[in-house]
Design a protein around this ligand. Structure first.
Ligand SMILES: [Zn+2]
Length: 350
């Protein structure tokens, strides 16, 4: 049976939530094979200050101190250039921008970027990363909807890059061929994360299947092919950000005429085996280390010296199935690929 070793896997986009749900899902980062997690700030209330981010980091470290947590702030009108300087000094890595109302807890998100230029100027100066949820809000008057929301966001990415060429920007969870092309066309300061689930799903998989529903939605087979191709060619500005986003099982499985199901796919507990399986399925297993570790670490300046390196060893296996759910203290979450066979497992780390 085949065996493969990965050095210090890093997930550059994770949601670890709060309270009991955080207690359940935070240990799954390590369970899924990862030793670094880049943490999203869309809590209730959102993480908008350095003090909040440091308090949240301490909470996560209390749950599992073996993982390195890189923290982010939520872009909102409350964020000032002074706070950016403070955040940088405290080791906070980035600022996440959500378009208003597009995804979980994004009601405080942005409507237009010009008002944030002083903040971006400060970020560029101190070298903090801008993480973009790259979708514009749906609008029937302009025929904007979930399938073209990402493509219509791309002009914003290009104009931000033009206005702030030294600002490091990450287009998060790309789902389209257009997004891959746009990021490729940018300079070395612009990178892109790709999730595991967008390497697996297309439109047909989430229409009528609430557990495969997330934002941005998975697009057409040709879009998925573009995500796979850019990994196969080992482009160093495209790397893993799982966007693993746990929701209580009830809010995923239930929709009513008044309320749709929650958007988000939960991959943390199976992440590294899943990514290995998916890359293997399209002939890119030899790109695993770059995609899940080296490329992202390099972009974020988290390259590892040899003594700090951990090796995670995966082995190909048979008759191994993903858990139907994980529960603890009254919370239950259902992972992606639940009940399905997975052909890789973690056997060792050192
Ligand atoms: Zn996310």
């Amino acid at each position: 049976m085949a065996q493969i070793s990965v050095s210090s896997p890093a997930d550059f986009h994770v949601h670890l939530r709060q309270g009991k749900l955080a207690a359940l899902v935070t240990p799954h980062v390590r369970k899924g094979g990862f030793s670094l997690a880049y943490i999203m700030p869309n809590l209730k209330p959102p993480v908008t200050t350095t003090a909040q981010a440091l308090a949240y980091k301490a909470e996560l470290e209390a749950i599992d101190p073996t993982v390195e947590y890189m923290m982010t702030l939520y872009l909102s009108p409350d964020l000032t250039p002074d706070e950016i300087v403070k955040a940088k000094e405290a080791g906070i890595a980035g600022v996440k921008s959500y378009p208003r109302g597009v995804t979980t807890n994004s009601d405080g998100g942005i409507e237009s970027y010009e008002m944030y230029y002083p903040v971006f100027e400060a970020m560029q100066r101190v070298d903090m990363v801008l993480n973009l949820h790259g979708e514009v809000p749906s609008d029937s008057t302009t025929n904007t909807h979930v399938l073209n929301a990402e493509e219509r966001f791309l002009p914003h990415l290009l104009s931000l890059h033009k206005a702030f060429p030294r600002l490091r920007i990450v287009l998060e969870h790309a789902t389209t061929r257009a997004a891959v092309s746009a990021v490729k066309a940018c300079g070395p300061t612009v990178a892109c994360t790709i999730t595991a689930h967008h390497l697996a799903l297309t439109v047909d998989d989430w229409a009528g299947q609430s557990f495969n529903f997330c934002k941005p939605v998975a697009k057409y087979p040709d879009d998925r092919a573009a995500l796979r191709e850019v990994i196969k060619e080992a482009h160093p500005r495209f790397f893993l950000g799982s966007d693993s986003a746990p929701h209580p099982a009830q809010s995923k499985s239930t929709s009513t005429p008044a309320q749709g199901c929650a958007a988000g796919i939960y991959t943390s507990p199976i992440l590294l085996p899943l990514v290995a399986q998916l890359l293997d399925s399209f002939g890119a297993l030899n790109r695993l280390d770059g995609f899940v570790s080296t490329f992202g670490r390099r972009f974020y300046g988290r390259d590892l010296d040899i003594p700090q390196k951990t090796q995670v060893i995966l082995r190909q296996t048979e008759k191994h199935f993903v858990e139907e759910n994980y529960s603890g203290d009254g919370e239950t979450v259902v992972p992606f690929w639940a009940g399905k066979e997975i052909c890789w497992e973690i056997v060792d780390r050192h």
